[in-house]
Ligand binder design. Structure first.
Ligand code: TGC
Ligand code: FAD
Length: 394
C-alpha cells in the first residue's frame, strides 16, 4: 500500500467550530491511525484478520468509551470528541471503527446506562483498557430489521439464582474473540432484557463467519446459546423492552454518522492527489472538467455531511438530539460516503481496484455500514414516520 499522505479537507473552516481540546483529541487519533493502522490495514483486510495488535492503541486514543465517565475507566469526553475519534478511525478503516463502536456504544453504554453499580465496576474499566473485548447480540438469523420478533429467550432455572438462555444471534461484530457479550433476549413473559454473557459459560459458543467481501479486517460471527446457565445478577436491571437496545443503537449510529465522513475524506483526498499527478492526453486528469465535476461534488457533499454531524453533536451534547435526527445523519452520511468511494475509484482508473490504494477497501466496507445499525431503507422509514406520523414499517 502507498504511504499514508492523508490531508483532511476542511472547506468551510469547520475547525473554527471545535475547541482546542477537540482538535487535540482529533489530531492524536489521526496521528495514531497514520502510524499504527495505515501500514497494516491492507494486509489485515486481504487476509481477513482483525489486527488484535491495535487494541491497546485504540484504548490509548480514548476509542473505548470516549464519553464514559473517568471513574469507570472511560475518557469522560463530550459527544463531538467521540464523533471526531470515530471519524479518524474510520478514515483508516470502517472495520476498525466497528470494533470501537461496538465496544463503546453497544457494550460499555448499556452496562453504564442500564447496568448495576457492580456491573459498572466489574466490566467498564477492563473494557475501556481493552483487557476485555465485548460484542452486542441483537440480530438473529430470522430477525434483522425487526428485532422485536427475536426468539432468543431465557427462563428461570428454578434454583432461585440462575436463568437458562437459549437461541442464536447472527452477524455479530467482535463475536469470535469477545470476552463478554451483551445479549438481548425475551423472558418468559416475552419482555426483552439485556443479559451479560461471559466467555467460558457452558453452552456458549461464538463461531466466526467467513467469506465476507466487506469489513474484512473486522471479525464477525455468531453467538450461540444452548442451555447456558447464567446468574440472574447478569441481567441488566436498569431498562427493559426494545427501547433498551435501540437506545444503544442511537449512540452507535451517531458514531457512524461521523465515521462515514472519515472514509469519504480518505477517498476524496486520495482521488484529488491522484488526479493532480496522473497525466493523460498531456495534462493532469484534474484539468478535465469531468474529473473536476466529480471532485467538486465530493467536497460539497463532505462539507454538508460535516455540518450535519457537527450540529448533531451539539444537539446530542445538550441532550436534545432525537432518534430520528440520528437516523437522518447516519443514512445521509453513509450514503454520501459510499457514493464518493465509487466516484473516487473511477478517478483512479484501473489503479483504483488495487490494494495499493484504500478506496476499494472503503467502498466494500461501506456496503456493510449502509446495512448494519439499521439499513438505508429503515432509516428512511424512520424519517418518514417522524414527519408524517404514519408507520410504513408494517
Ligand atoms: P417500535 O414500536 O417503533 O419501538 C419499540 C420501543 O422502542 C422505542 N424506540 C427507541 N428507543 C430508543 N432509541 C430509538 N432509536 C428508538 N426507536 C424506538 C419506542 O419508543 C418503543 O418504546 P415503548 O416504550 O413504546 O415500547 O419498534 P418496532 O418493532 O416497530 O421497530 C422499529 C424499528 C424498525 C425502527 C427498529 O426496530 C429498528 O431500528 N430496526 C433496525 C434494527 C437495527 O438497527 N439493528 C442493528 C443491530 S446492531 C448492529 O447492527 C451493530 S453493527 C455494529 C458495528 O459493527 O459498528
Ligand atoms: P433484513 O432485515 O432481512 O433486510 C433485507 C432487506 O429488506 C433490506 O434491504 C431492508 O432494508 C429491507 N427491509 C426490511 N424491512 C423492511 C420494511 N419494513 N420496509 C422496507 N424494506 C424493508 N447485528 C448485531 O446485533 N450486532 C452486531 O454487532 C452486528 N454487526 C454486524 C456486522 C456486519 C458486517 C453486518 C453485515 C451486520 C451486522 N449486524 C449486527 C446485523 C445488522 O444490524 C443487520 O444485518 C441489519 O439490521 C439488517 O438485517 P438483515 O441483514 O437481517 O436484513
Amino acid at each position: 500500500m502507498k504511504p499514508d499522505l492523508f490531508e483532511a479537507p476542511d472547506y468551510y473552516n469547520l475547525d473554527d467550530l471545535l475547541t482546542e481540546e477537540h482538535k487535540m483529541i482529533r489530531d492524536a487519533a489521526r496521528a495514531w491511525v497514520k502510524r499504527d493502522v495505515s501500514p497494516i490495514i491492507e494486509e489485515a483486510a486481504q487476509e481477513a484478520k482483525f489486527p488484535k495488535s491495535i487494541i491497546p492503541g485504540l484504548a490509548s486514543i480514548g476509542a473505548f468509551g470516549p464519553y464514559i465517565p473517568e471513574e469507570y475507566g472511560g475518557a469522560g469526553l463530550d459527544q463531538i470528541s467521540y464523533g471526531l475519534i470515530m471519524q479518524e478511525i474510520e478514515r483508516g478503516d470502517s472495520g476498525v471503527r466497528s470494533t470501537a463502536s461496538v465496544q463503546s456504544s453497544l457494550v460499555m453504554y448499556p452496562i453504564w446506562k442500564y447496568g448495576s453499580e457492580e456491573h459498572r465496576k466489574k466490566f467498564l474499566p477492563k473494557l475501556a483498557s481493552g483487557e476485555f473485548m465485548g460484542s452486542f447480540g441483537l440480530t438473529e438469523p430470522d430477525h434483522g430489521s425487526n428485532p422485536s420478533g427475536m426468539i432468543t429467550s431465557f427462563k428461570d432455572a428454578g434454583d432461585g439464582e440462575h436463568i437458562i438462555l437459549n437461541g442464536a444471534k447472527l452477524w455479530i461484530s467482535n463475536s469470535p474473540f469477545c470476552d463478554v457479550a451483551v445479549v438481548w433476549a425475551k423472558n418468559e413473559e416475552g419482555r426483552i432484557h439485556g443479559v451479560i454473557v461471559e466467555r467460558g459459560m457452558e453452552g456458549f459458543t461464538t463461531p466466526e463467519t467467513h467469506n465476507k467481501w466487506s469489513l474484512r479486517a473486522s471479525a464477525t460471527g455468531e453467538l450461540i446459546f444452548q442451555d447456558v446457565k447464567i446468574p440472574k445478577s447478569n441481567i441488566l436491571p436498569g431498562k427493559s423492552g426494545l427501547g433498551a437496545p435501540l437506545g444503544c443503537l442511537d449512540s452507535a449510529r451517531f458514531g457512524i454518522a461521523w465515521g462515514a465522513i472519515g472514509a469519504a475524506m480518505d477517498c476524496y483526498d486520495t482521488a484529488l492527489r491522484y488526479a493532480k499527478e496522473r497525466i493523460q492526453f498531456g495534462k493532469p486528469i484534474a484539468a478535465f472538467q469531468l474529473q473536476q465535476k466529480k471532485l467538486a461534488e465530493m467536497i460539497t457533499e463532505i462539507t454538508k455531511a460535516q455540518l450535519l454531524a457537527w450540529r448533531l453533536g451539539v444537539l446530542r451534547e445538550e441532550g436534545k438530539a432525537t432518534s430520528a435526527q440520528i437516523s437522518m445523519a447516519k443514512r445521509n452520511n453513509v450514503d454520501m460516503a459510499i457514493k464518493i468511494a465509487r466516484e473516487a475509484r473511477q478517478i483512479l482508473g484501473g489503479m483504483g481496484i488495487t490494494g495499493e490504494y484504500s478506496i476499494m477497501r472503503h467502498m466494500m466496507n461501506l456496503e456493510s455500514v449502509i446495512t448494519y445499525e439499521g439499513t438505508h431503507d429503515i432509516h428512511l422509514l424512520i424519517t418518514g414516520l417522524d414527519i408524517t406520523g404514519e408507520n410504513a414499517f408494517k
